[in-house]
Design a protein around this ligand. Structure first.
Ligand SMILES: Cc1cn([C@H]2C[C@H](O)[C@@H](COP(=O)(O)OP(=O)(O)OP(=O)(O)O)O2)c(=O)[nH]c1=O
Length: 203
């Protein structure tokens, strides 16, 4: 990566997810990682599309109390099929069941992002619609056997084998599905970006 973007305050990514780290880094941000462990249980009164925003904000707030004058960024992803939330599978059997549910139809992926900084709290949710073609049993088994479905909402990674060969249509941002809607994150961070404030387009 070339020189990272300059920010007015240090940026902290409140996440355990290697994918979120990779996306934020590739977009040009320099940051430290400080995972926030919160109770991720969902209250039945919450509207489904609000869930990832509420959880992302909880993750950011939990760190913000001990990080003054810093920018705390957190995210949360849910997969929704036929009105039902699919979280991370508990084991390989559940991963197979989830992929069978997703096979041959469309579902939504909602990723919430929350930024807590000196200017206040900004929380947004981005949605993408993903369509899987009919997945063959051996393809599902091969993918799940490999082990990379277990730490992912809905038991798949858009960036993995099953996403690469099985997704026939994607409406929305690839990065929203992967766990961080970077176009939204960039927009949320832009008031704090120092680069370009005196832009002269001099090359
Ligand atoms: C649908 C999908 C999810 N995922 C991942 C993104 C998230 O890491 C994970 C959803 O779980 P989350 O609870 O959103 O995140 P996390 O527990 O992994 O990390 P943290 O809370 O510390 O930020 O699934 C993919 O990598 N690719 C995909 O296509």
């Amino acid at each position: 990566m070339s020189t990272p973007l300059s920010l007015e305050y240090p940026l902290v990514l409140a996440s355990n997810s290697p994918r979120r780290k990779e996306i934020l880094w590739q977009a040009g941000f320099d940051f430290t990682v400080l995972p926030a462990d919160i109770d991720e249980s969902i209250d039945a009164s919450w509207k489904l599309e609000n869930v990832p925003g509420i959880l992302a904000e909880k993750k950011a707030e939990v760190l913000a109390s001990s990080c003054n004058n810093q920018l705390i960024l957190a995210a949360d992803t849910i997969v929704v099929v036929d009105g039902q939330i699919l979280n991370k599978p508990a084991d390989k059997q559940e991963a197979i069941r989830m992929l069978q549910m997703l096979s041959g139809k469309a579902h939504e992926v909602y990723t919430g992002v929350s930024l807590v900084g000196p200017a206040g709290v900004n929380t947004q949710v981005d949605v993408a619609k993903v369509t899987f073609r009919n997945l063959l049993d051996w393809e599902i088994e091969r993918y799940v056997k490999g082990g990379s479905s277990l730490d992912k909402a809905g038991a798949y990674g858009v960036q993995d084998f099953i996403g690469m060969v099985g997704i026939s249509r994607l409406e929305g941002s690839f990065y929203t599905v992967m766990g961080l809607p970077i176009h939204r994150v960039y927009d949320m961070l832009s008031p704090y970006i120092l680069d370009g404030r005196q832009s002269k387009l001099a090359f």
